[in-house]
Design a protein around this ligand. Sequence first.
Ligand SMILES: *Cc1c(COP(=O)(O)O)cnc(C)c1O
Length: 380
Amino acid sequence: MKPLQMVDLKSQYLRIKPQIDSAIQGVIDSCQFVKGAEVKAFEQELAQYLNVKHVVACGNGTDALQVALMALDLKPGDEVITTDFTFIATVEVIALLGLKPVLVDVDRETFNIDIQEIEKAVTPRTKAIVPVHLFGQCANMEAIMEIAAKHNLYVVEDTAQALGAEYRFSNGSTKKAGTIGNIGCTSFFPSKNLGCYGDGGALFTNDDALAEQIRSLTNHGMKVRYHHDQIGVNSRLDTIQAAILRVKLPHLDEYNRARRTAAEKYNTALSEISDIEIPATAAFTNHIFHQYTLKVKNGRRDALKRHLDEQGIPNMVYYPIPLHQQKAFAPYMTENDNFPISEAISGEVLSLPMHTELEDEQIERITTAVKAFFVSVEQV
Ligand SMILES: *Cc1c(COP(=O)(O)O)cnc(C)c1O
């Protein structure tokens, strides 16, 4: 029996080992460790996959978000609306740039930003919305773009958990997550749906001027070598990572399908348990299951977690503390802030192992352990 892991990067690597090894060796042989043809080729291939005009690779997903906000003409104190329930990186960069993060509550079913709450949070100082496509399904982009158009706001999509997910507009047309707002950002952290073997990230846009601005910002604010037009950063994708990503990108759809298949098997096995809510998918998106996240009701999440820990079943709580309760964001909070949903779900969420290599026998072991817990609590 293969050991259970939240993410099994080793088995995935072994399937493509010859191609990966030769891609890495190729970069070493070329000694083009930074920039070079591989990075350019990867940017073009990802742009083609996403059907977007420009992709600019960078050092990691957090940098991508930071550079996206730097590329927009925002001033200190400008307000940026984002979700209270996400990984810290999304909100960190807003604060780091001297902008004001305005957190809003989420939709209980999808864990994604609540559209009504965005409307309520808009003020004359609001300049941008940063929706996160959390756990692998798209936020309600059509509604978000409408609010943005109405109030003249930028939209920066955090696509770190949803690369390859597809949004369906009400007219039936579709676009890839991250290609709908002004700028999309993603991460190639190893455990993401398209992961490299270290850190990596990228920005996407259909706007030529923004693309040029982003490219300059990631390269010390220069367009012509040693002519620095603005304060930038140093954020680039290593050539070795680009070469690895070029091998993996053609597998991304198959990887996302494997995640969905595993999720369907979990759903079938767990849907009958009355204290569990299996993940819901909104009608306007597909779900590529970066995480498979249950809601465990009636205060039983922590006991279930302890049971799984004892049984050696990997599991994680994404995320145990909503951002508005984090010490780092206390200065941004006010008396009137109200986040009933993110507070409730942070006590209910439990993510099970999710990756591209889950075998039926593993899913069986995991779901049997979950079911055993509820059988035992029914008896007391
Ligand atoms: C992973 C992640 C990031 C940050 O990406 P890094 O490459 O780790 O910097 C940002 N936002 C979300 C939602 C993420 O999951």
